[in-house]
Design a protein around this ligand. Structure first.
Ligand SMILES: Cc1cc2nc3c(=O)[nH]c(=O)nc-3n(C[C@H](O)[C@H](O)[C@H](O)COP(=O)(O)OP(=O)(O)OC[C@H]3O[C@@H](n4cnc5c(N)ncnc54)[C@H](O)[C@@H]3O)c2cc1C
Length: 541
């Protein structure tokens, strides 16, 4: 987290900025400041403090050779801490733009800075050191949503549970919060948000503050799952001006995976959240901008440059567009399903959910890879995992290693020809009604946690017919587009669509949203990066 730079490294950094004196007591960075500079201590000391209404906390003291900042400096977000000169001396000062140029061009220093920044953010998150306090309850689905949003955006927060924390009453009184207002987010000292939408949280914490959406981009990427993040990394690293629009948090479906074991280069596996966090930092390091909690609501495709409209209202002009909006969980038609979402019914099985069901029985519904992974992962924490499959066995598409793991894990019990037909409970799921499809008989099972892992449908509704889709709503691209489909779409060019290009020139589709795509992280990443090669060709046309 706190490496010491050598004198030659400091000289290289100084060439990108300026060297200046620092006087004792000078505030170099104030908590809450945006557009924060980067400092390297040449001589003297800088103390990093976390200010709070309960008193200031000293985080660390930077001596000679040390440098300030953490990942939000790269992201252009507000500082969580104050930097004050405690011993006078000399510092090297770089603006954020100068720092970005340094980490992109000097591989050695880029690695030292990026690694330290990622570790510092992980440590801040682990210690709950941030500018946000969340008051919630384990019984509230909205609390789980807010926690997930903050966690998946890597934003550190302190969590106080209404049912478990003895100090909570003081906070409730101080901010005039009633118990039924929860979840409540107290941001930057005194902003109180009651049951906020993700977009409100993003605005309050300034996630999108440094981004100008009106500016014409070489490429606008819709969706920050693995495909969109890969497109952003390749586009930005190859000098394109790239903006990503993400309706929720970076990571997409992969972000909700507890452990991805088949992604090349990670022999012991990697959690989807960690993979997404690294890709997000990598995209931003190369200068890609990522709008968080902003959904694309339409594509104006009659003229170029194209325009992507968002739920925040602002139209975003784009020379080319990469659609990477992925797919969404398929939901069974069960009465009371929405009532129990987050309160006993879950669509992902990460560490967070596994904590909720420690030493309890759970049901995982589905016979594909995501269900298999969830079952194996949950079996480590839960007492018993019942795997419900509607058909006579696990899906043929399930990876062999997972089938073996399921067979070899005694805590997993596979129940074929079985499905849930009703959910019951009051505030939280308490039991389910189960049907045996062989006999038609139904029975009741006491259960507090059900994981629905039953596949996905494409996120293409927002395109409103702008590009040709297949019968299941997935986007058709390249050689899959027939002459009739191209004629119907009035394809205007003498060349056929490039691989991954849709029926609109310069608009590409990658990852799970694309018809015929193999639904894997590696293929999403591969397609996202390949599309950028064709973006260059379209821009040159
Ligand atoms: C639980 C689980 C475990 C998995 N495990 C593995 C595994 O181990 N190995 C493997 O290879 N694959 C795994 N997969 C599959 C893999 O995660 C997907 O194939 C991959 O995430 C697809 O990436 P994508 O970027 O195409 O789409 P997604 O991951 O679906 O991402 C799409 C993104 O677009 C955003 N979006 C949607 N609509 C809009 C809009 N209108 N405007 C802006 N943004 C929008 C979404 O919020 C989302 O973040 C798993 C999937 C799940 C659900």
């Amino acid at each position: 987290m706190f490496p010491t730079l050598t004198p030659p490294q400091i000289e290289r950094i100084a060439a990108h900025g300026r060297v200046r004196p620092a006087a004792r007591g000078e505030i170099l960075i104030e908590a809450g400041d945006s557009a924060v500079p980067f400092f390297v201590v040449k001589s003297g000391e800088i103390e990093i403090i976390r200010p709070s209404s309960l008193g200031d906390t000293l985080v660390v003291i930077h001596g000679p050779g040390k440098f300030t900042g953490e990942i939000n400096l790269i992201q252009g977000r507000r500082s969580l801490t104050r930097a004050r000169v405690s011993e006078p001396g000399e510092v090297v000062q770089l603006t954020r733009e100068q720092l970005l140029s340094l980490v992109q061009t000097d591989a050695e220093i880029g690695e030292i800075v990026m690694r330290a920044y990622i570790y510092r953010r992980v440590e801040l998150a682990a210690q709950g050191v941030g500018d946000v306090v969340l008051i919630g309850s384990v019984h509230s689905p909205a609390t789980l949503r807010v926690k997930e949003f903050l966690t998946r955006n890597g934003h550190p927060f302190r969590y106080i549970d209404l049912d478990r924390d003895p100090d909570v009453q003081g906070l409730l009184d101080r901010f005039h919060i009633a118990a039924n207002d929860i979840p409540v987010l107290i941001g930057r000292g005194d902003v109180v948000l009651r049951n906020p939408a993700n977009q409100q949280i993003a605005d309050c914490l300034g996630f999108n503050e440094s981004i100008d959406p009106t500016h014409l981009r070489d490429v606008v990427v819709v969706g920050a799952g693995p495909a969109g993040l890969a497109a952003a990394v390749y586009a930005a690293s190859e000098g394109l001006n790239a903006l990503v629009i993400e309706s929720d948090s970076p990571g997409g479906q992969a972000g909700s995976s507890s452990k991805i074991e088949n992604y090349l280069g990670f022999p012991t596996g990697i959690s989807g959240q960690e993979l997404a966090g690294r890709a997000y930092a990598q995209a931003e390091k190369f200068g890609a901008e990522i709008l968080i909690a902003r959904g694309a609501t339409g594509l104006t495709c009659q003229r170029r440059p194209y325009t992507v409209t968002t739920d925040a209202g602002q139209p975003i002009p784009a020379r080319t567009v990469i659609i990477a909006s992925g797919a969404q969980y398929r939901k069974p038609s069960l009465e009371k399903l929405s009532q129990f979402e987050g309160a006993g019914v879950y669509y992902s099985a990460t560490f967070m959910e596994s904590q909720l069901c420690a030493n309890e029985d759970v049901i995982v519904v589905g016979g594909g890879n995501s269900a298999g992974q969830a079952a194996v992962f949950l079996a480590q924490a839960a007492r018993r995992v019942y795997m419900f499959v509607r058909s006579g066995g696990l899906a043929e598409s399930m990876s062999r290693y997972l089938v073996r793991r399921i067979e070899e894990t005694p805590a997993i019990e596979l129940k074929t020809c079985t499905e849930i037909v009703a959910l019951e409970g009051t505030d939280h799921l308490a039991r389910v009604r189960v049907r045996d499809n062989r006999t038609g008989a139904t029975s009741e099972q006491e259960i507090r946690h059900v994981f629905l892992m039953t596949g996905a449908v494409p996120n293409t509704v927002w395109l409103a017919g702008c590009v040709a889709l297949d019968g299941n709503g997935f986007i058709k691209t390249g050689p899959d587009l027939s002459k009739d489909e191209l004629d119907a779409a009035r394809w205007p060019l003498s060349r056929p669509p490039f691989l991954l290009e849709t029926s609109l020139p310069g608009v590409f589709a990658v990852g799970d949203v694309r018809g015929g795509n193999i639904k894997r992280v590696a293929s999403a990443v591969g397609e996202g990066s390949i599309a950028v090669a064709f973006v260059h060709r379209v821009l040159a046309e």
